[in-house]
Design a protein around this ligand. Structure first.
Ligand code: CO
Length: 209
């Protein structure tokens, strides 16, 4: 099928319904974007950023990839973070992982998955760092979910270690990095209570003076 008709029909209805409730919505949005939040989440189709937090276009700047990783050599996520922090001046960066993440599950098995194994290796490294704690759990799903949480903690740290975030803090810019988890089963968010808002909250070795 060359044209995905349903999607165009849905789009028309959606645009009309938004316009019905807010006649100037698209006109105003076309002039600028001014989001307060940068969302870094998993590509999983069941974890859509805007919908989960009930936000409209223009409210959240979004980057999603498999297992919500922020790798310090990945120009894609770094470019998103740079633009969000330096140009849009977002006040919050949210790393939102989710339980039962397929990326984390795939990283925990010993099968070959092709190209993606190069991406998943970052998660395998993380498992290696936390192996004792994770292996102390007996249930496979508990193990995966603990690694899902530890992965969010790690990505929050990776974001804070960037020169982008540290430069923002140095210049007095208000910027907080959060770690959240989402449960697909009931649609509820959980705050992991990681709230990094200045250089004193990160490990000494990563601080750039
Ligand atoms: Co996932």
């Amino acid at each position: 099928m060359r044209v995905l008709k349903d999607l165009f029909e849905n789009n028309k209805k959606w645009a009309e319904s938004v316009k019905d409730s807010k006649p100037d919505f698209f006109q105003n949005l076309s002039k600028q974007q001014n989001p307060v939040y940068l969302w870094i989440g998993c590509s999983d189709s069941r974890v859509p950023a805007n919908e989960i937090v009930g936000m409209l276009p223009g409210d959240v700047f979004v980057h999603r990839n498999i297992a919500n990783l922020v790798i310090h050599t990945d120009l894609n996520s770094l470019s998103v973070i740079q633009y969000a922090v330096e140009v849009l001046k977002v006040k919050h960066i949210i790393v939102c992982g989710h339980y039962d993440c397929g990326g984390i599950q795939a990283a925990m098995d010993n099968k070959e998955h092709g190209l993606i194994d190069n991406w998943l290796r970052h998660i395998k490294d993380l498992y290696r760092h936390h192996r004792v704690k994770i292996d102390a759990l007996h249930n496979a799903s508990e193990k995966i979910n603990l690694l899902c949480e530890l992965n969010v903690v790690e990505q929050v740290a990776n974001i804070c270690h960037t020169t982008i975030v540290q430069s923002a803090w140095k210049s007095g810019q208000e910027l907080t990095v959060h770690g959240w988890m989402y449960r697909i089963e009931d649609g509820i968010l959980k705050d992991l209570d990681i709230c990094v808002e200045n250089i004193n909250d990160i490990s000494q070795i990563h601080r750039i003076s």
